[in-house]
Design a protein around this ligand. Sequence first.
Ligand SMILES: Nc1ncnc2c1ncn2[C@@H]1O[C@H](COP(=O)(O)OP(=O)(O)OP(=O)(O)O)[C@@H](O)[C@H]1O
Length: 832
Amino acid sequence: MAVFESTAAEHGGLSRPRLPEISVISPGLDPRPTTAEPKLAVKSGLVRQGSGEENTERVKVYLRIRPLTETERERGEEQGCVAVQDEGTLLLKAPKESQNMRTAERGITQSMHKFSFSKIFGPETTQQQFYESTMKTMVKDVLQGENRLLYTYGVTNSGKTYTIQGSGRETGLLPRALASLFRKLQGRLYGAMDLKPVMYQDVRQLEPGEVRVEEIRRNSLLKEELTYSIYMLQDENLTSRRVGTTTNGDSGFGGLSSTSNIASQLEDTDSVCLEPDSLSHSGGDDLEEGVQFSIWVSFYEIYNEFLYDLLDASPSLQPRKRVTLRLSDDKQGNPYVKDLTWIQVRSAEEAWKILRAGRRNQSFASTHLNQNSSRSHSIFSIRVLHIRPEADSGQAMHISELTVCDLAGSERCKEQRNGERMKEANNINTSLLTLGRCIAALRHNQNNKSRPPQVVPFRDSKLTRVLQGFFCGRGTSSMVVNINPCASIYDETLQALKFSAIATQVRHSCALLQAIDVLKREVQRQREEKEILEANVREQVVSEMMEVITGMQDGFRCFISIHHFSQERDQEIEALSAALEKNKEAGSGPTSEPQGDAPRRSQRLTAQTELCKLRAELDQCRAELLTKTQELIKLKMQLEVPGSTGTLTGAADRKLEEGQRNLRQLRLDLQRLGLDLQSGERACCRNTGGERLRQALNAADETLVKQDQILVELQNGLILVKADLRRKADTLAQTQATRPQLPPSGFSAPTTPGSCKKRGCGAAASCDAENRPPQKRPFFQSLFPTRTPTRKYNTCPVEEPNVTPYSRILRSRQRSPPPSPVTTPRTLRGKY
Ligand SMILES: Nc1ncnc2c1ncn2[C@@H]1O[C@H](COP(=O)(O)OP(=O)(O)OP(=O)(O)O)[C@@H](O)[C@H]1O
């Protein structure tokens, strides 16, 4: 067939690569389709991808082809450039006069293009059929709590407004949706007006005063709509102006300037008399039990990138400056139209009147293509509050939304002769272009998950910003592409279809929703874990704190008891010290001690008395020792003086024996004194614990130790003296034996010539000094000058007849065992 022949092949020359005959501008289709394969992969408009994306659904894109008017047929617009191959496939064939055909003839593009859609609706499709196939399910979803968006896209004069609003009795999708909604909600409407949607998807509880304001606003709007209708009917002149009226454009002014025959088309349908659809037949059985619904509507437009509230002003007949609305973000960053008017509606008729009132405020103008062309994007939203009246304060459990967006038609700016129309066209095209970029970015991000995601330019236009939520997983969107089969606008239609082809590749952000759900669950789980962890930590901290506090309490109790004890001890010590002082002063007089401490204090006093007695004994012993020492010295001196040796030695011997006895007695006394000291100190330590007493005892003990040492030294000295005396006695005996002529009591130096008594004594002393302990010599020398017999005399045999009584005693002593070792004070101290 000639129509499928590529003109580019004929005229493109050899230098150009041969292009395929048909461009297939839709994913999932066979890139090389043939006429013999009319059935393409798209069956029901639901195209799925593999590799883990089976659960995500592509955005539904419907194509609606409007019928040609009689005028258009007469102009020769019907050239067969639009052909429906099946319910999902469209074939575009470039007409001869089109730009596309010219480029195709140069081999740059193809002249035929194939597109796939979710479903294609031909010119014969009725409004009812179109609603049943597109919006009915969306209404059902919204009543189930979902958010849905439907928007129309297409070239100007392609039937977008007709599709959404309808014309005459051919009501469009929106009034049908409203009628269906209210039929479904019969008996389930929430009568009060105290809950109102605000911001992105919040609900606010209204005060009674606010409720009255809301009622006044709604009644005013409905009343003025009624007044306007009556006015329109009565004023024939005005009514005659309705058909074919052209406006001067809307530069921010509403009212008459925007009134068009579109409004009159709607007014023809003065009541919503719609064929009942299958949804409304089903009644409200599938609605959630016990839930009531409050329906609120809003209507605004985006004109030249400004937002205007179409329900804010009454349908005034006087032009006035309109107030622009601002876009804001809530705490989660969701955009919403600030201060937008929301009206609660209680029936489809009320909603219909509100819609008509808003339509009169919308910006329309006549263009070269459409006498009543929408010059703005209009957005009508229905918010459904799901309310459980029995719940606390009747709070809304959930909000769902159905938004219907009638986009302005794209058109060629250069064909607009009017400057205002050109500006509008520029803005329309810019916002539509941004919408196309957003959809392309979404498609890119979905298809290239391994690559860095592109920024979706939602913020580049007001339109994409207000619709952002529906593209980001907070609902699903459906697109209706309207085309006009006129050959004269083929190129524009081709561009619109190329745009829609991108949209068909976009998937709903179900994956995002699922990810959000997963993340929500994860956050909840982690929050619970954190709470448990926090509770455990708190418990541990509390138990540790309790332990610390208990320890501190114990320590404090201990401290208090120690403090009390030390106070008691201090008091006792003070009392004892005072008593001691008193006793010292008063001697052994009676004390005025307290009754309870009397026994212990008497013990202590006894010990003190004992100690004093011991000290006295010690002093006495010391005095005795001194006396004995003096006696010994005297005896020594007597020994040195010549005289009766026997008498002297006998006296010395007696004195020595007496001294030894005294020493033994002294030793015993010392031993007893040590024991007494021990017991006394024990008693003192146990009973008083006073430091001063202990110091006094220690001092006494040290004195005793010193005295012991002195006694030991004295004893050693006595032993040496005795030894010396023995030697002297021997010498005397030998002297007497060798010198019989001398009187028996003589004690003189030997008269041997050349010899000297002193010399002989010196030799003996020098000889004897070697046998003495070196440490004792100074003491011994201080006591007794060295005057001992020589060794020669010692070695001489002693004749028995000349033995004196002293020498006998000495001999017997020499035979007797040596004196027992002196008990050193250290032994006592060690025991002590
Ligand atoms: N399916 C249809 N059946 C009958 N008439 C239709 C259909 N679609 C559109 N029309 C008519 O075509 C004309 C243009 O339609 P409409 O105003 O809806 O186009 P539009 O796309 O909204 O244009 P604009 O973008 O300029 O507003 C209207 O007169 C409308 O009644």
